[in-house]
Design a protein around this ligand. Structure first.
Ligand SMILES: O=P(O)(O)OC[C@H]1O[C@H](O[C@H]2O[C@H](CO)[C@@H](O)[C@H](O)[C@H]2O)[C@H](O)[C@@H](O)[C@@H]1O
Ligand SMILES: O=c1ccn([C@@H]2O[C@H](COP(=O)(O)OP(=O)(O)O)[C@@H](O)[C@H]2O)c(=O)[nH]1
Length: 787
């Protein structure tokens, strides 16, 4: 496979530059797991776009730095005066704490000089600067992979510039629960921008779920198994847990220089067990909690005093931010206290180093460590844990790992998982690790080693890129077909040529008056048939060559009310769960074993909110419950809907297989698998049985609707290619035998019209602007029939 060129965009470049002369620069590796991880991307032709870690104000310096960086495959983004407000301000003082559940720092409440708005403005400007650099270097076919919370507006800028650009966005930190995320003032703009990307990735399912939930609660948009759907555009949301480059660590651990370091360190720490901590000195890493737990351990286990030590590498980070200064002082204070309490003339229990260390030394430390202690209060992944596992020597060490690190989900089986806030629990885990038998250590190590070896950075990047490629290629394949504006002339002409026609028509938004609220789902409450259609549809239904099906999410009574007096029309209520030919009774078309146990619990929650939201009401059908707040106060209704979703997820639907759809004034819960496409199989079977005399295959299908994303499978159900496949397969799966199937439809590209109303992204081949166009079209079909 030819791999596309990759433009990686992240706040920081893998190297931090330092000016050593007017035109000369030196470089050191930038800190943090994102850089370590992305350095492992060997199999892509990659250009890395990011900030070089330094402000450069003169043209000579900029030019020299750009040339020096180009040799490393890097392209600098000069942020200059926005840097402080952008990086230290909005990114690391607002987004970072909110994403890690720490909330907005108090200075935003107390200090009028620090304003949210000015920092957000800087964030926008900085994202524009990133965009300008990408634009300058982008070549057709490149994939642009945006990393992290620093560039959440970039996907939108890129797509506005070139909608064909392949854009992915990956978040390396946690995505918090929507309860926390919604405290962010610019919550909607950021979500909307991220959703313009083709693929959005997270480290864990929890983070992905929180993101989808935030989109539903805050933007009020639909989520399906494919991802998040906004105005018909699907953004795929998926989970890609990052790994390390295991061979780099395994090979380095075997170097003679590393063996020398190992000997040296063992000698230095002789007679004592080594507990190691390796973290950026960040508020999220829980270093003070680690010290308190270690203090507790020494307090309660006198026999270990002088026999165990904790070495903490506290890598300097984000020095420009007050909170990071404070945490440093706090750590120093704790270390002083604990060393004072438990130290002796010959040794102290804690060594705390405010520096980064050389890679070979790091590998040597990992190799001789007895216990790695990770107490992150929240952490996107935590690569240090994997690196420790990869470097283990003959005698295996034990991993104590915070359950709040993303790594907990991947390495939990071979680790002692702890809640870092529970000082007693961590202290107990330290004791357990120090006393663990060699066999148990070996067993746990093997579990994690297998995982680390087989889940590399390269694999992570391949998975993300393959998925992105798959999505964008499928998108490209489809863009040739959709969405063309429907040429009514063609529809009428084909109609006149055909002998056996099938018309599948949605109801809300298709056969009702156009909705002035732009509410595609019909909860704008235009529940009555468009007055100009009533007689015309009757004419079509009376034509023996034409079968008309109204396929709607509405309940049976609504369809009866509007079409009950028609002759020869098919009514399919609740997305086809119930079917009736107007000459007969309703029949159930529900799939067998559909679990509807959740309905009573959902009704209970809906009743509670209805009673507390004046103007709202709910409707129940056999397979779904819909709460509508169109007539309630708009703001309050939205807030109530958000709360309602939380209650639903936590209660009645937590284990149920249901879809939850948030409309602009409604919340709907319905059974999974209730889509119009799946129902079509059963409906068609029934029509065939009904028309026993049908001796001509259906040679014309017109399917028009204003459907939810999940229901768009009805458009592809009849696609000529698909029906061809169905016809040649032994088991049609259509609910009617193959023999029947092969003579039921005869469609090609010219006599099949799938039409979406008012959508720019759709699986349908054509679009119409509104139901007024449907009126016009039906009118033409009738006139033709009369002619
Ligand atoms: O560049 P800094 O501001 O100094 O911060 C360093 C990086 O910290 C964060 O790293 C995250 O990414 C790791 C790899 O996916 C993950 O293991 C870790 O849990 C995260 O905290 C941040 O997300 C990066 O953007 C920073 O570069
Ligand atoms: O002196 C050091 C110690 C550690 N690291 C690296 O910093 C990264 C930390 O990544 P992690 O995912 O654990 O946390 P982050 O710092 O990204 O939040 C790891 O790759 C470490 O090898 C480093 O660059 N210098």
């Amino acid at each position: 496979m030819v791999r596309p060129r990759l433009l990686v965009v992240s706040m920081s470049l893998p190297v931090t530059a330092k000016r050593v002369g007017e035109e000369s620069w030196s470089f050191t590796m930038s800190p943090g797991g994102l850089v370590s991880a992305l350095l492992g991307l060997k199999e892509f032709e990659t250009k890395w776009i990011g900030w070089p870690g330094v402000d450069v104000h003169d043209a000579v310096g900029k030019k020299a730095l750009s040339i020096a960086l180009a040799e490393k495959g890097c392209i600098p983004v000069f942020l200059e005066e926005v840097c402080d407000q952008y990086y230290n301000g909005y990114c690391n003082n607002i987004l970072w704490p909110i994403f890690h559940y720490l909330g907005t720092p108090p200075e935003y409440r107390n200090d009028s000089a620090i304003t949210y708005q000015s920092q957000y403005d800087a964030y926008k400007k900085a994202n524009r600067i990133f965009f300008d650099v990408v634009k300058e270097h982008y070549q057709e076919g490149d994939v642009v992979w945006c990393h992290d919370y620093h560039v959440m507006l970039l996907p939108q800028y890129l797509k506005e510039y070139n909608s064909k650009m392949k854009v992915g966005w990956f978040l390396h930190t946690p995505f918090p629960s929507s309860e926390m995320y919604k405290t962010l003032p610019s919550r909607s703009e950021l979500l909307r921008s991220v959703l313009t990307a083709d693929l959005v990735g997270f480290h864990t399912y929890d983070f992905a779920r929180h993101f989808v939930n935030a989109c539903m609660c805050i933007l009020g948009i639909e989520a399906t198994s494919e991802g998040v759907v906004d105005q018909g555009k699907v953004t795929q949301v998926a989970v890609f847990p990052i790994g390390i480059e295991p061979e780099r660590f395994i090979k380095t651990s075997e170097l003679s220089e590393v063996s020398q370091y190992m000997k040296m360190f063992k000698n230095d720490f002789a007679g004592r067990k080594l507990i190691l901590g390796v973290d950026r000195l960040d508020t999220i890493k829980g270093i003070p909690q680690k010290y308190q737990a270690f203090e507790k351990f020494l307090e309660e286990n006198e026999e270990w005093r002088g026999k165990v030590m904790l070495l903490q590498i506290a890598v300097p980070t984000r020095n420009g931010i007050g909170e990071y200064q404070k945490i440093k002082d706090q750590c120093h204070g704790l270390v002083g206290r604990i060393n004072g309490r438990f130290g002796s003339i010959s040794s102290v229990p804690i060594i705390h180093l405010d520096c980064s260390i050389d890679f070979n030394q790091l590998c040597a430390l990992y190799a001789i460590t007895d216990v790695l202690l990770v107490t992150s209060l929240r952490d996107g992944m935590n690569l240090v844990s994997s690196e420790f596992v990869a470097c283990q020597n003959a005698e295996k060490g034990v991993l104590i790992l915070s359950e709040f690190a993303g790594a907990g989900q991947s390495l939990g089986a071979g680790a002692l998982l702890v809640n870092p806030w529970n000082i007693k629990e961590v202290s107990t885990a330290i004791g357990e690790a120090l006393n663990m038998s060699p066999e148990e250590k070996e067993r746990k190590h093997q579990i994690n080693f297998q995982y680390v070896k087989t889940h590399s950075t390269q694999q992570w990047a391949d998975d993300f890129m393959n998925k992105l490629n798959e999505i964008t290629t499928n998108g490209e394949l489809r863009t040739g077909e959709i969405p063309n504006e429907l040429r009514q002339h063609d529809v009428v002409q084909q109609f006149s040529k055909s002998k056996n026609r099938l018309l599948i028509l949605g109801f809300y938004g298709t056969l009702t008056m156009p909705d002035t609220n732009q509410d595609r789902r019909g909860d704008g409450m235009n529940l009555e048939l468009h007055p100009q259609l009533k007689e015309r549809l009757k004419v079509l239904c009376s034509d023996p060559k034409t079968t008309v099906v109204v396929l709607s999410r509405s309940e049976k009574s609504r369809l009866d009310q509007n079409f009950g007096d028609y002759n020869g029309m098919w009514l399919a209520a609740e997305n086809g769960m119930f079917l009736r030919h107007t000459s007969g009774e309703w029949v159930t078309k529900m799939p067998e074993h559909m679990n509807l146990d959740w309905i009573d619990g959902v009704k209970h929650v809906f009743k509670y909110f209805t009673e507390r939201t004046p103007g709202s009401y709910f409707e129940t059908s056999e397979t779904s419950v819909v709460w509508n707040y169109q007539h309630a106060d708009a703001e309050f209704g939205r807030a109530q809907a958000r709360d309602m979703l939380q209650h639903l997820w936590a209660g009645p639907i937590s284990n149920a297989t249901v879809d939850v759809v948030r409309g602009s004034h409604s919340v709907e819960v319905h059974a999974v698998g209730v889509t119009k496409g799946t129902a079509m199989e059963r409906i068609l079977g029934e029509i065939v049985l009904h028309n026993k005399s049908m001796n001509t295959p259906i040679d014309y299908v017109l399917c028009i609707g204003s459907f939810l994303g999940k229901d768009e499978d009805v458009y592809t159900f009849f696609e000529p290619e698909l029906t061809k496949k169905t016809r040649s397969s032994p088991d049609t799966g259509n609910g009617f035998p193959k023999k029947v199937s092969s003579r039921v439809v005869d469609l090609n590209g010219e006599n099949y019209f799938s039409v979406a109303i008012g959508k720019t992204h759709t699986k349908a081949s054509y679009f119409l602007d509104s139901s007024d166009d449907v009126v016009q079209l039906i009118h033409k079909l009738c006139s033709h029939n009369n002619a």
